[in-house]
Design a protein around this ligand. Structure first.
Ligand code: PRP
Ligand code: URA
Length: 206
């Protein structure tokens, strides 16, 4: 299922990221903040368990998270979303998937994968700002499933219908979270209006 997070704070921060004149520092900072805001919404169905605690005023029953959470950024651009989500879920473990798009075929090429233990018992959040053709997201979900993951959420900032369709067809069990659904892909597979090459803008490599 697709969840479009239409919060005014997310929209205004995304607008800053979209602007061509926004530099690396502000791009990264706004991505970090949006990731935190998205995490608040994405985690609203996480299970909790009751715990007996004592406040300065007496005993009461509180709640603590009753699940493991694993963040899996797709390198490189997904790395820019890790810190913001970890601020909300400091106990989250982090796995990594290295993928890049072949610039001619737009097919994803895997170059790295490493995961923490207990993937099968964890809620796995696959992170990437961009959902373009959907090839990278589909491949990343294939990889985390092969590593045992059963409860997976895909967290993107900007996506297009084409990418959403690819992921929903291949992985109907995975919820997709987007901050914005954009118009289209251009002839070289970039999202329009989008925000350009997310990896390059985060790391200042262009
Ligand atoms: C970008 C982006 C996604 C992918 C999306 O990564 O961060 O991973 O493209 O495109 P798709 O939906 O068509 O697969 P890129 O391949 O540019 O690698 P990078 O993050 O290392 O720059
Ligand atoms: N990857 C990006 O970084 N940007 C796009 O618009 C598409 C894929």
């Amino acid at each position: 299922m697709l969840h479009l997070l239409n919060h005014p704070m997310i929209k205004s921060k995304l607008t800053i990221m979209r602007k061509v004149e926004t530099g690396t520092k502000d791009f990264r900072q706004n991505l970090d903040e949006i990731a935190s805001l998205m995490a608040y919404e994405i985690t609203k169905d996480l299970p909790t368990r009751d715990v007996n605690i004592v406040t300065p005023m007496g005993e009461c029953v509180g709640q603590e998270l009753d699940c493991r959470v694993v963040l899996v950024p797709i390198l490189r651009a997904g790395l820019g979303m890790v810190n913001g989500i970890q601020q909300l879920i400091p106990t989250a473990k982090v796995g990594h998937i290295g993928l890049y798009r072949n610039e001619e075929t737009l097919e994803p090429v895997e170059y790295y994968a490493k995961f923490p233990k207990h993937m099968d018992e964890s809620i796995v959040l696959v992170l990437d700002p961009m959902l373009a053709t959907g090839g990278s997201a589909k491949a990343a979900i294939d990889i985390v499933k092969k590593a045992g993951a059963k409860q997976i959420k895909l967290v993107n900032l900007v996506g297009v219908q084409e990418g959403i369709d690819v992921v929903e067809k291949a992985h109907p069990d995975v919820d997709i979270y987007l901050a914005a659904k954009d118009e289209r892909l251009n002839e070289i597979g970039y999202i329009v209006p989008g925000l350009g090459d997310a990896g390059d803008r985060i790391f200042g490599t262009k």
